[in-house]
Design a protein around this ligand. Structure first.
Ligand code: PHE
Length: 360
């Protein structure tokens, strides 16, 4: 016969004496688990007579309930204590003056944007910016991507609720800055010619090994008279040589499609892949690094420019991708983990500002 009073008081005291989630879990299994004391006691009921079964069964179930509650409240208590201990041990005094050994560093995304900017600044490009929150007129329509266009689906857009028409979104690329700049959205700029790069954050509803919902692009575009594909190629080849710090780099322009450029191309650079190394600038393999093309006449028209008078080219590159290639960073997702160990390994010295003269 089970002495329910002793069982109850011993169990409650055992629970009360637990001082970590691990010991509490052990206690829970020892009492309520498949082979636990309460479970075993309940099993003896089958052999008992009807009266005992009734009263003892009710008591045991009541104890079971009581113990489960005691375990839950102890669990919450231990969790609070453990959290406080963790908060105390990980406490950082943000008011302390900086110490050299914990000096902050420049994130590779910032560094690479600075490097790209330095290279294009040297070629006479200004820097433009546009808002992260866009409307579909700038992100799609004006870029020759009409409502029904399959490219809209491909962009995995984050739409924002708010103004009722569902037309506000997080920009899926930096190309809307082309439109804003050409239509005079930039204060200091009244008309063509244009020669801009536009770095910034972009967003797509996509998350896996090689995609993060937020990433960065640098857009580039040139509008002037008599601009042709040769200018585009020369400009990008010069850029790639400077960026990867190589005297010669094999570059391939592969026909592609973007609604806002015609013709369009994807740009590959030559590389050599071996088991655990990727060497850029030599070898028989190719690696895609950016998209580009001649600005589509419809885009020029949408911005009030006469395509017979003005032509140009545009390109767009992924900042994280370029950073991964140049600095051998294997995993895209680590960029946004905010892990200070990662940053101190891959980050850059804040005083080392990239310049073509000083080296990138
Ligand atoms: N906006 C394109 C993208 O995000 C890249 C691009 C920009 C292609 C400019 C051509 C010209 O995929």
């Amino acid at each position: 016969m089970t002495d329910t009073n002793t069982l109850r008081s011993q169990a409650l005291s055992a629970i009360e004496h637990c001082d970590s989630s691990a010991t509490l879990e052990e206690q829970r299994v020892a009492l309520l688990g498949k082979k636990g004391a309460i479970t075993e006691a309940l099993k003896t009921l089958g052999a008992a007579d009807a009266d005992t079964r009734k009263t003892l069964g009710a008591t045991l179930n009541q104890i079971k309930q009581e113990l489960a509650e005691a375990i839950d409240s102890k669990k919450a208590q231990i969790a609070a204590v453990e959290l406080n201990a963790r908060l105390a041990s990980e406490k950082i005094d943000v008011t302390l003056p900086s110490r050299p050994e914990i000096r902050g560093s420049i994130h590779p995304v910032t560094q690479v944007i600075e490097e790209i900017t330095a290279i294009f600044a040297d070629m006479g490009f200004a820097v433009a910016e546009g808002p992260d929150i866009e409307d579909d007129a700038h992100n799609f329509d004006a870029l020759n991507i009409p409502e029904s266009h399959p490219a809209r689906q491909m962009h995995d857009t984050f739409y924002l609720q708010g103004n009722g028409d569902g037309k506000t979104l997080l920009r899926t690329h930096t190309s809307p800055v082309q439109i804003r700049t050409m239509t005079g959205g930039q204060k200091d700029n009244s008309g063509p010619p244009f020669r801009f790069i536009a770095p910034g954050s972009t967003y797509r509803c996509d998350s896996d090994l090689t995609h993060t919902p937020m990433f960065h692009q640098v857009e580039g575009f040139v509008i002037d008279k008599d601009i042709h594909m040769g200018h585009l190629k020369g400009c990008l080849i010069e850029f790639l040589k400077a960026f990867f710090e190589l005297d010669e780099v094999p570059v391939r322009f592969r026909p592609s499609f973007f609604p806002f450029t015609e013709p369009s191309a994807e740009v590959d650079i030559g590389c050599k892949r071996s088991k655990d190394e990727l060497k850029i600038g030599a070898g028989n393999d190719w690696l895609e690094v950016l998209g580009c093309g001649m600005v589509h006449p419809n885009v020029l028209k949408n911005c009030g420019l006469d395509p017979d008078e003005w032509q140009g080219f545009a390109f767009g590159m992924g900042v994280e991708r370029l950073a991964m290639l140049k600095y051998g960073i294997p995993d895209l997702r680590t960029f946004f983990d905010s892990d200070t160990r990662w940053l101190s390994h891959y980050g850059f010295d804040a005083l080392n500002i990239p310049s073509l003269l000083g080296g990138l």
